[in-house]
Design a protein around this ligand. Structure first.
Ligand code: FAD
Length: 375
């Protein structure tokens, strides 16, 4: 049985970003249950990069990650990982104050936001319904992420540095003898000094298979659909559109429009499927805010966004077994924060100093420690 310094359970963006940062320094194996990496949450996201829509500690991770994605390491990706998109924030009658408050807050953050009349907003998104939208502003600080390139970049560079990525390897049970892990999987038994739980919605399940107390990571289902746009609309030129109370959002996606009702339904970890009602909500919100009539849904899907009790990620050694490392609870921001979270986890595992950007952005890793739930 080959021994590795680190075995990572889960080949989503969390597991592979860690493998990218760790493989130059430690022997690493990534064990993924499915036949392909990124099959669950990672392959089902809206691929949005925002610097501002999350808790301050997460926004700091986003700022660190933006630098990586804007200028990835040499040979990491064949195309840019970020494409400028911008976001149009809109509100219906009665929510004008909320739109204005959000605009002023972004401006106070130093963002070059643009106050818009309803006519300006319709010029940017020609199918917006001026009878529904009462206030709007444009925030340039939103990007599309090329998630596939990012995931493949992590995988390729990790392999190049010696990491083994094994698909079809479901963790069945792991035992720690005080020195090393013996990890039973559907693809054989592996040995490792540190076991990393990067199992997304299954993070607590994996912990219990390893005899470690759960961290309280709870999956929530979110739905997205895509619909066709009228032929005269240049989808690539559209901004993302966010409703001010985050009831729904829509954005271009490969020539179509991706619409999400921003649902957040508590569920079991599973191969999440969209529910008819959530699809109907997506169509309803889109038709209410625009002049579009949806006659056909081109595609629909659902995925898991998994949260800890305080909605911050859980990164660090388990309180009850320091050889078990949590890398979970990235909720709705796991793609955009993956460079910072991967680098942070690698530094904690190797016991090396954090990159300077963490201090510059006042990131305190203790905020993410699993020990915070034990106090
Ligand atoms: C609709 C939707 C929109 C989103 N939009 C965005 C967005 O715009 N921007 C953003 O940054 N984030 C977004 N997210 C969130 C983002 O997708 C997640 O935070 C991120 O993908 C989590 O990555 P992960 O690697 O932790 O989980 P996953 O990608 O789910 O990976 C976990 C892996 O662990 C594997 N696994 C589980 N159990 C075992 C086991 N026993 N043995 C071996 N392997 C196991 C699973 O098969 C899976 O591949 C969105 C999510 C959804 C659902």
């Amino acid at each position: 049985m080959q021994h590795h310094d680190v075995a990572i359970i889960g080949g989503g963006i969390a597991g592979l970003s860690l493998a990218h940062f760790l493989a130059p320094h430690r022997s690493v194996v990534v064990l993924e249950r499915e036949a392909a990496n990124g099959y669950h949450s990672t392959g089902r996201s809206a691929a949005e990069f925002t610097l501002r829509d999350n808790a301050p500690a997460v926004n700091a991770l986003a700022r660190i990650s933006h630098a990586f994605m804007a200028e990835p390491p040499e040979g990491f990706a064949a195309v840019p990982l970020l494409t400028a998109r911008g976001s149009l924030w809109i509100g219906p009658a009665g929510r004008e104050d909320a739109v204005e408050r959000a605009r002023l807050a972004a401006e106070a953050d130093g963002v070059a936001v643009v106050a818009l009349t309803v006519e300006d907003a319709v010029r940017r998104v020609p199918f917006l319904d001026p009878g529904h939208v009462a206030a709007a502003y444009f925030d340039p600080d939103y990007w599309d992420i090329d998630v596939d390139q990012l995931l493949q970049g992590y995988a390729r560079t990790a392999r190049r540095a010696g990491a083994e990525l094994i698909a079809g390897a479901e963790l069945l049970r792991a035992r720690h003898d005080g020195r090393r892990w013996s990890i039973e999987t559907s693809a054989g038994t592996f040995s490792a000094t540190v076991l990393v739980d990067a199992a997304g919605g299954w993070a607590d399940t994996v912990a219990s298979l390893c005899g470690v107390a759960p961290a309280g990571i709870v999956p929530h289902r979110r739905t997205a659909i895509t619909v066709d746009l009228p032929a005269e609309i240049d989808a690539g030129a559209l901004p993302e559109v966010n409703e001010i109370d985050e009831t729904y959002y829509f954005k271009p996606d490969a020539g179509r429009l991706l619409v999400s009702p921003a649902d957040e339904t508590l569920c079991e970890a599973s191969d999440a499927q969209p529910e008819e009602l959530d699809i109907a909500y997506a169509v309803h919100y889109l038709e209410e805010a625009t002049t579009l009539k949806v006659s056909r849904i081109a595609s629909s899907w659902a995925g898991l966004r998994s949260f800890s009790a305080d909605r911050l990620p859980v990164i660090g050694p388990a309180a009850d077994n320091p050889a078990f490392f949590w890398l979970a609870g990235q909720g709705g921001y796991g793609i955009l924060t993956s460079p910072a979270i991967g680098a942070l986890a690698a530094a904690l595992i190797t016991g090396t100093a954090l990159p300077e950007a963490f201090e510059a952005n006042a990131v305190d890793p203790a905020l993410f420690s699993p020990r915070r739930f034990r106090r």
